[in-house]
Design a protein around this ligand. Structure first.
Ligand code: NAD
Ligand code: UDP
Length: 312
């Protein structure tokens, strides 16, 4: 019997490569679509020998003429450094990418999953953030290319759902970390670990009292697969993340302890529009997906540190 073919845009990235791996392990065929802007072929090297895996170099801002039984849309740079590198391309990737993925899903009559983000809440004035909160996004700031691009992509997903009856699954992903994060992508977990392991100062932006919640990658991928398998009536958006809040100073202390590093902490300016606090309300995910993160921060950091030791 032919296998299910799952298309994964952004499949050579951090989350995408873990998703491809998981889908293959579940016995599905995978078509990875990526332009390698922030993803790498090393991330999927170990999958290339698998006859059920196919990698296609393609920019999602252009239409995709492929066949698949379901589509996960993950293509988009996720770290502030990378998405601000070419902000117009970032907006195009989210918006044109969503239009192309949705057009494909409509033609194929298949489910489409959107990797949305906690950034749709901007710098939130409601805490923790439930899905019903509409957010506080600066539409003209340096983060807007990403935040507004992702918000517009959600709009497109819901309009295709209402207008064309398309089956959609929208995940609002909160900060996720783990092996295969790019060492230079500028996100806080990879920055702190690389700095600690190489003995250079740990860069705390601002006073370090801003908060985030960190979810280990395996937990996140499990939530993606559960969300895709929900009944058609369930569209999301659904928050996916770890409901434990940490300041950046606390994160730095844990990384220093787990690496045994003697790096000093240095303070650097807080980037513009950097959210002060962020914490997911995951009540909906618990109820509809029967899911909650299982990997504690220290355990996940230990696995991530072990990965970075191998590549540095
Ligand atoms: P990543 O940068 O590692 O992966 C993104 C992938 O998309 C890369 O492989 C990149 O080459 C590819 N890509 C970028 N532009 C493309 C284009 N125009 N055409 C084709 N491919 C393109 O980031 P990630 O952390 O794996 O994030 C994956 C998705 O999850 C993104 O959509 C991101 O917005 C979302 N997300 C991630 C997090 C997180 O904490 N990791 C949080 C919220 C949302
Ligand atoms: N951050 C930091 N030092 C770094 C990188 C990031 O203090 O070297 C802070 C950043 O200002 C933000 C938090 O860590 O408050 C999370 O940043 P990241 O870029 O990982 O993700 P996002 O801001 O998109 O949640």
């Amino acid at each position: 019997m032919p296998r299910t073919i799952t298309a994964v845009t952004g499949g050579a990235g951090f989350l995408g490569s873990h998703l491809c791996e998981r889908l293959l392990a579940d016995g599905q065929g995978v078509l990875c679509i990526d332009n390698y802007f922030t993803g790498t072929r090393e991330n999927i090297d170990h999958l290339l020998a698998n006859p059920q895996f196919e990698a296609m170099r393609h920019d999602v801002t252009f239409p995709m003429y492929v066949e698949a039984d379901e589509i996960y849309n993950l293509a988009c740079p996720a770290s502030p450094v990378h998405y601000q590198f070419d902000p117009v391309q970032t907006t195009k990737t989210s918006v044109h990418g969503a239009i192309n993925v949705l057009g494909l899903a409509k033609r194929l009559k298949v489910r489409a999953f959107q990797a949305s983000t906690s950034e749709v809440y901007g710098d939130p004035d409601v805490h923790p953030q439930p899905e019903s909160y509409h957010g506080n996004v600066n539409p003209i700031g340096p983060r807007a290319c990403y935040d507004e691009g992702k918000r517009c992509a959600e709009t497109l997903f819901f309009d295709y759902h209402r207008r064309h009856g398309l089956r959609i699954k929208v995940a609002r992903i909160f900060n996720t970390y783990g092996p295969r994060m790019h060492p230079n992508d500028g996100r806080v977990v990879s920055n702190f670990i690389v700095q600690a392991l190489t003995g250079v100062p740990i860069t705390i932006y601002g006073d370090g009292q801003q908060t985030r919640s960190f979810c280990y990658v395996d937990d996140m991928i499990d939530a993606f697969v559960r969300l895709m398998a929900t009944p058609d009536e369930f569209t999301g958006p659904v928050n996916l993340g770890n409901p434990t809040e940490n300041t950046m100073l606390e994160l730095a202390e844990v990384v220093l302890r787990l690496t045994g590093s003697r790096s000093k902490l240095v303070h650097a300016p807080l980037p513009k529009d950097d959210p002060v606090q962020r914490l997911p309300d995951i009540t909906l995910a618990k109820k509809t997906l029967d899911w909650r993160p299982a990997v504690a921060l220290e355990e996940g950091l230990e696995r991530t540190i072990a990965y970075f030791r191998t590549i540095l």
